[in-house]
Design a protein around this ligand. Structure first.
Ligand SMILES: Cc1ncc(COP(=O)(O)O)c(C=O)c1O
Length: 414
C-alpha cells in the first residue's frame, strides 16, 4: 500500500507571495490578525487579474470577436473552478454574486417571497452574521412567517436540544445557518442541521463565508439546498461571491435582479428568462473579480485545504492558552476541538476599540466591534469584542506579538 505523507503548510514561505507583508506599520512588521474580516491577496491573484485586463479584457457573452471570447472563457473557466471547489454537480448551479451577502439576499428574496406565508416559520441561529439573519427576518416579517432562532449556549455552541420545541411553533420552511461562526469560530454540525431541516420538510441555506476559505466544503456531502461564500475572505478580490443552489430549486425560482443578460427574449408584452446560471446574473458581470477568484481557488487548492485546516488548528491551540494567561483577558467561544482559527476576547475594563488601537501601535491588526453579530453580542452580554483571526500566512510570532501587546494594554489601563 502506498503511504502518502500528509502535506504540511509552510506559512513562512507562503507569506512571500503576499506583497502587503513587505511594509511596516508604525515602524513594526505587520501582524495581520484580521483575516476573518478579509484576507490579504497573493501575487498570483493580483497577476491573474492584471493579465486579464492587459491582454484579454472585453465584455463577456456578447462579443463574437476574439477578445470577447477569451474574456468569456476566462469568466466561465472561473465558474468551473468554483464548481470544483465545492464539488457541485454542474456549473449551472454556480451563480456569481457580488459577495455572500448578495448570495443570501438572492435566496431570501427569490425563494422566500414566493414560498413563505402566515403559519410558516423561518429558523436561523443566534450566531448568524447579519447577512444571514436580517434578510430572513425581513422576508419573514413581510410574508407573515414566524422568525425563530436556535439559541447559543455559554460556550458559543448551538443548543440543539431546543430544536424540537422550535418544530412545534409552525411549519418550518427554511433553516438558515452559518457553517462557522465569524465571532467565536464555532464549527456547527451543519450536516446534522441539514438533516433536521429536511426532516421538517424545510430547505437548508448554509452561509459558508468562514468555512470555504479554511476547510474543504463539499455541497453534495453537506446535502444542503443553498450555500454561499465570498471571494475576499479566501485570497480573492472583493466584489465576487458564489451562490450554489440545487438546480431544481433554482429552475423553479423567479429571478431576483432584472435587466441585461438574464433574459431570453424581451417583447412589449412579455419577457422570458435566460437559462441557469445566467437567469440570476443580471448586468455586466464582475469579470476580473471572477478571474481573481479562480486564481484564489487555485492558490488555496495548491496549499491544500486539509493542510490549511490542520495548520490553523495548531495556531489556535498555540493561541488559546497564551491568551487565557494574560491577566484580565476573558475568552469567548468553544474548546479548540470544535473551533476554527478565530478568537474573540475582552480585556477587563478596557473598551475593545482601545485594545485594537493600542495593538495597532504595535503593528498588530485585530478587529474590534460587534462583528455584524449583534444578537450574539447580546447573548454574550457585551457590546463588542476584540477578535483575532488566522489564515494560511499567519505565523506563531504574530500571536506572540498579540500577547505582548495585550500586556501593554493592561499596563496602559492599570
Ligand atoms: C459568517 C459570515 N457571513 C457573511 C459575511 C458577509 O460577507 P460579505 O460582506 O463578503 O458579504 C461575513 C463577513 O464577515 C461572515 O463572516
Amino acid at each position: 500500500m502506498a503511504v502518502t505523507a500528509e502535506k504540511k503548510l509552510d506559512a513562512r514561505s507562503l507569506r512571500a507571495d503576499f506583497p502587503i507583508f513587505e511594509q511596516e506599520i508604525h515602524g513594526k512588521p505587520l501582524a495581520y490578525l484580521d483575516s476573518a474580516a478579509s484576507s490579504q491577496k497573493p501575487r498570483q491573484v493580483l497577476e491573474a487579474m492584471n493579465a486579464l485586463y492587459e491582454t484579454s479584457y472585453a465584455n463577456i457573452h456578447r462579443g463574437v470577436y476574439d477578445l470577447g471570447e477569451r474574456a468569456t472563457e476566462a469568466y466561465e473557466g472561473a465558474r468551473e473552478k468554483a464548481r470544483g471547489f465545492i464539488n457541485a454537480e454542474s456549473t449551472r448551479e454556480v451563480i456569481f454574486t457580488r459577495n455572500v451577502t448578495a448570495a443570501l439576499n438572492l435566496v431570501a428574496y427569490a425563494w422566500g417571497f414566493d414560498n413563505l406565508a402566515p403559519g410558516d416559520a423561518v429558523v436561523v441561529t443566534e450566531m448568524e452574521h447579519h447577512s444571514n439573519f436580517v434578510p430572513w427576518q425581513y422576508v419573514a416579517r413581510r410574508t407573515g412567517a414566524e422568525f425563530l432562532v436556535i439559541p447559543v449556549d455559554r460556550d458559543g455552541e448551538l443548543q440543539l436540544d431546543e430544536l424540537d420545541s422550535l418544530a412545534a411553533r409552525g411549519t418550518i420552511k427554511v433553516v438558515a445557518a452559518t457553517y462557522v461562526s465569524n465571532s467565536l469560530g464555532t464549527v456547527n454540525p451543519i450536516e446534522r442541521l441539514t438533516q433536521w431541516a429536511h426532516d421538517q420538510g424545510a430547505i437548508m441555506v448554509v452561509d459558508a463565508a468562514q468555512a470555504a476559505p479554511h476547510r474543504s466544503v463539499d455541497v453534495q456531502a453537506v446535502g444542503a439546498d443553498f450555500l454561499g461564500f465570498t471571494g475576499h475572505k479566501m485570497c480573492g478580490p472583493t466584489g465576487i461571491g458564489v451562490l450554489w443552489g440545487r438546480r431544481e430549486l433554482l429552475e423553479r425560482m423567479s429571478p431576483f435582479e432584472l435587466g441585461g443578460h438574464m433574459i431570453r427574449k424581451v417583447t412589449v408584452e412579455e419577457t422570458t428568462w435566460n437559462e441557469l446560471p445566467h437567469k440570476f446574473e443580471a448586468g455586466t458581470a464582475p469579470i476580473a473579480e471572477a478571474v481573481g477568484l479562480g486564481a484564489a481557488i487555485d492558490y488555496v487548492n495548491d496549499v491544500g485545504l486539509a493542510a490549511l485546516e490542520r495548520y490553523e488548528h495548531e495556531l489556535l491551540e498555540y493561541a488559546l492558552p497564551r491568551l487565557a494567561d494574560v491577566p484580565g483577558v476573558r475568552l469567548f467561544g468553544p474548546h479548540a476541538e470544535n473551533r476554527a482559527g478565530i478568537v474573540s476576547f475582552e480585556v477587563e475594563g478596557v473598551h475593545p476599540h482601545d485594545v485594537a488601537q493600542i495593538l495597532d501601535w504595535e503593528g498588530v491588526a485585530v478587529r474590534a466591534g460587534h462583528h455584524c453579530n449583534q444578537p450574539l453580542m447580546n447573548k454574550l452580554g457585551v457590546p463588542a469584542t476584540t477578535r483575532a483571526s488566522f489564515y494560511l500566512y499567519t505565523v506563531p510570532e504574530e500571536i506572540d506579538r498579540l500577547v505582548e501587546g495585550l500586556h501593554k494594554v493592561r499596563k496602559t489601563f492599570a
